[in-house]
Design a protein around this ligand. Sequence first.
Ligand code: PEP
Ligand code: MG
Length: 935
Amino acid sequence: MAVEVKPATTSGTTWVYMAEDAPAADRDLLGGKGAGLAAMTQAGLPVPPAFTITTAACNAFQSANKEFPQGLWEQTLASLHKLEAKSGRKLGDSANPLLVSVRSGARESMPGMMDTVLNLGLNDDTVAGLARQTNNERFAWDAYRRFVGMFGRIVLGVSGEKIDHAFDSAKSRAGAKQDTDLNADQLRDVTRELKELVQRETGSPFPTDVLQQLELAIKAVFNSWMGKRAVDYRNQFKIPHDLGTAVSVVTMVFGNMGDDSGTGVAFTRDPSTGKREIFGEFLPNAQGEDVVAGIRTPISISKMRELWPEVYRQFEQIADRLEKTYKDVQDLEFTVERGKLYMLQTRNAKRTGKAAVVTAVDMVNEGLITREEALKRIQPMHVQQILVPQFDPESRRKVGEPIGRGLAASPGAAVGKVVFDPDRSAELAGKGEPVILTRRETSPEDFHGMAPAAGILTSRGGSSSHAAVVARQMGKPCIAGAEEIDIDVARQTLSADGTTLHEGDWISLDGTTGEVFAGRISTIEPDLKLETELLTLLGWADETRTLGIWANADTPEEGTRARAWGATGIGLVRTEHMFRQEGRPPFVQQMILAAPEARLARLDEEAESTARAEGKTPPTIDPAVVEQRRRARREYLSTLDTLRGFQVGDFYGILKAMDGLPVVIRLIDPPLHEFLPKHEKLLEDITAARAKGQSGPELEEKERIFQAVSRLHEQNPMLGLRGCRLGILFPEIVEMQVAAIAQAAARLKKEGLNPIPEIMVPLVGTRNEMALERERLEGVVKDVFASEGVQVSYKFGACMELPRACLVAGQIAETAEFFSYGTNDLTQTTYGYSRDDAEGKFLGEYLKEKVLPFNPFESIDREGVGELVRIGIERGRKQRASLEVGICGEQGGDPASIAFCHEVGMNYVSCSPGRIPVARLAAAQAALGITPTDR
Ligand code: PEP
Ligand code: MG
C-alpha cells in the first residue's frame, strides 16, 4: 500500500483522543459531537469505537496553509490502530475491512453546515471483504457506490448534480424506481460509472488508498469549517469564526443490513412544544444519509416501539440517562445494526422558544435544574418568538423562498394585501381587510395608515427609523430597509427577485427574521394567559431582577397592554403623537401658524412693560402691526385652549390606565414644520393652482401655510428649533401641556385614584434650559393644584439626548429630579450619524464591512454613547443622590443594552410594550451576570 507517511515527529501537542480517554467535558476542544461520543463511551453506553481530532488541530491546519500540524497524522494513525484493535477489523484489509465515518463537529452545533463522509475505507478489494463479512454482496456494493458519490462530492469537489444524474440514469437504464430496486451487479456498474465520472471531472483516478482517503476526508472536513454555508450560518447566529471544527472518526455501523436494522434521530422531548416524550423519526433498513437527504420518508419513532420493543426500551433508558447527565433536552442519533443499538451522537437540542421555556420550567419542577439555571438558559429571542404571531410552519413551507429580506425591525408574522398609500391602508383596513402598508419609508403623516395595517414594509431606513419605532411600539410586525425590494409608490408596484406585486396582492412578512414572501401564509396567534410556563419563568425573572421595566406608550390602550405584559411604569409618552390624532391637525396647524406673530405680540408687551417700569418711552410700532400681532395672539391662545381640552383627556386616559404607577410625559419635541404639509407638496399644489388660474380663500390659506413652512425651514432640523428650545421660545405651548397634565392628575386624584406624573423636558443641553423650563412650568402646576384644591406628587426631569447634557449632568440635576436617556438622539448626536438617514445610506455597508461591529441605534455603544451615559449618571447622582435614571431610547428593549443599563445603575429601562417580557428576562439575566450574546 503506497502511503505517504509523514516523518514521525512529536510536537508535544495531543491532537487526537480516543473516545474513552478524551476530556469529555471539553466541548471547545472536542466539539459537541466528539464530546458527546466521549461522554457516552465513558458512561458505558453502546457507542461504536471512535477517536476525535481536536478543534485546535483544525485551527492549526487553517493557519498553516492547510497543512496538518506536526504530529497530527502520526497520532491519527496510532488512534486508528487502537480503533482497529477494538473493532477487530482493519482499515483497507481485504478480508476483514474496517469502515469508518469521518464527522465534523464544532463546539456550537451547526446542523448540516459542515461535511461528513461515511463508509470510508472501501475500494475494489475491501468491497469484496465487506460482502463476505456481511454475507451480503448487494449491501457491500450499495455502500461502495454511496461512498464514491459522497467522497467524490464532498472531498473531491465533483458536482453533486452530476453524481445524482449519473446515479439516476443508471437507475433508469436498469428500470429501477427505487434505489433498493438495484441489484448487486447493477450497483457494481453504478460504482464503476461513478468512479469514471470522478476521474473525468478531477483528472485523477478515484483514490483507492484507504489512508489517503482518510487524510483527504479529514482535510475536507477541516476545510468545510470555512465553507460558505458554515460561514454564513456562523454570521447569522453570531458564532465566532475561530472555534474550528473537530473531526470524529467513528467505526461504521450499518442501519441498512436488513429488516432488523435501521437508523434514526430523536429528541428526548418535543423540540417544538417541549412536551415530555421522546420525539423523532427513524428509517428501517437505511443509512443516516437517507434520512438527511430526504430520499425516503422516515416514520415516527413510536413505530420503533412496536417493531422492536426491546431496542426501544433500551433507547428510552439511554435517552433518559443522557438527559439527566446533561440536564438538558438531547438530540440523539442512533443506528440499529442487526438488532443491536448504537448511539452515534448526543447534543443539546435546538428548539423553538416555546419548547425552550416549557422544558426549562418543567426541568425546574422535576428538580433537574435550578430556577437560576432556567433563567440563564432562555434566550431573549425565545421569549420574543412566543409572544408574536408566527407563520404556521406547514403553510410557510408551501410558499417557498422569500422574495426579499430587510431588517427585522419589529417581530412577528403579518399577512395582508399590499397597499402603497396610507389613506388606502386606512380605507381598506376600515372595511376589515388585512393590509400591509408598503412604503419607501414612513413619516409621521403616514400614521393613520400604519395604525390599522397588519404589518409595515419599507425599503429604506433602519431600526430606529420612524416605521420601526412606531411599529414596535404598536406591537406590529415590521421589516424596514429592505433595499433589495423596489417599492414604486407612484406606479403602485413592489418588485423583487423577479416577482412584481400590485395593490391588493397578498404578501407575508416575518418581522422576526426580516423575510418577505409573496403570497398568503397562515399565522398562529399567541395568548400570554395561556403561556403558563412563560408566566412562571417571568415571575422568577421579576424576583431576580433589580431593574424596573417600564414602557414607551402614548395611549391608554398601549398603557393597558404594557401593564398586562408586566410594565410597572411608563418611561415615555411622546405627546406630539397626540397632536396627530384624528381631528386635531387643523388646530395644531392653526396654533403653529399663529405662533410666530403671537410671540412678537408677547415680546411687544414685555418690551412695553419693561420700558414703563424703567420710566422710558416704549418703542413705537405701527398700530396695524400691533393689532395684527394681538389678533394672532388671541387666535393662538384660543387654539391652545382647544388643544388643552384634548390633552386633558389624553393625559387623564393614560394616567388612569397606569393608576398608581409613574408616567413620564415628555413635552413637545419635534420641529414644528413636522406638523405642517411638506414644502415641496405645497409648492407643487400652489404652482398647479396658479397655472390653472385658480384663486380664492383655499389657495390663500395654502399660500399662508407655505410661507409658514418656508419660515420654519431649517437645513438641519434635528439640530434646530426643537425639544426644549421650542418650549423656551413658545412657552405657551408647553404651559398648555403642563396645565393639561396637572388638570388630568387633579381630576383623577379627586376620583380617588393615584396618578404619578413625571414631566420630562426634551433635548436639554444646558443648566439654564432645565432651570428655566422647570421654573416656568412648575408655577403652572402649582397654580392648577391650588385652583383645583388638590395636591398630587410630580417630578420634573430631563431627557438626556445630547453629549453636553451628560457632561454637565451635575448642573442639570440641580433642577432635574430624573434623567431619562434618549439614546436614539444621543447616539445620533454622539456619532454625528443622522438617525433618519444613516441606516439607508452607509450604516448597512459599515456593518457589512465590519467598520462598525453592530448597529448603535439597536444596541448601545458602550464605549462612546455608554460612556456618556455613565458619566451623566455619576455626575447627576453626585449632585442629587435621589436622581431617578432610566432609558427611553429604542436600545432600552435590547438585551445587551439592558445588561449595560443594569451595570451603570439605572433604575429602569423603558421599551415598547411588546418587548417587555423580553426585557424582564434580560434584566434578570443581567442581575445574574450573564452577558447576552445575541447582539
Ligand atoms: C430618543 O431620542 O431616544 C427618544 C426617546 O426620543 P425620540 O425617539 O422621540 O427622539
Ligand atoms: Mg429624542
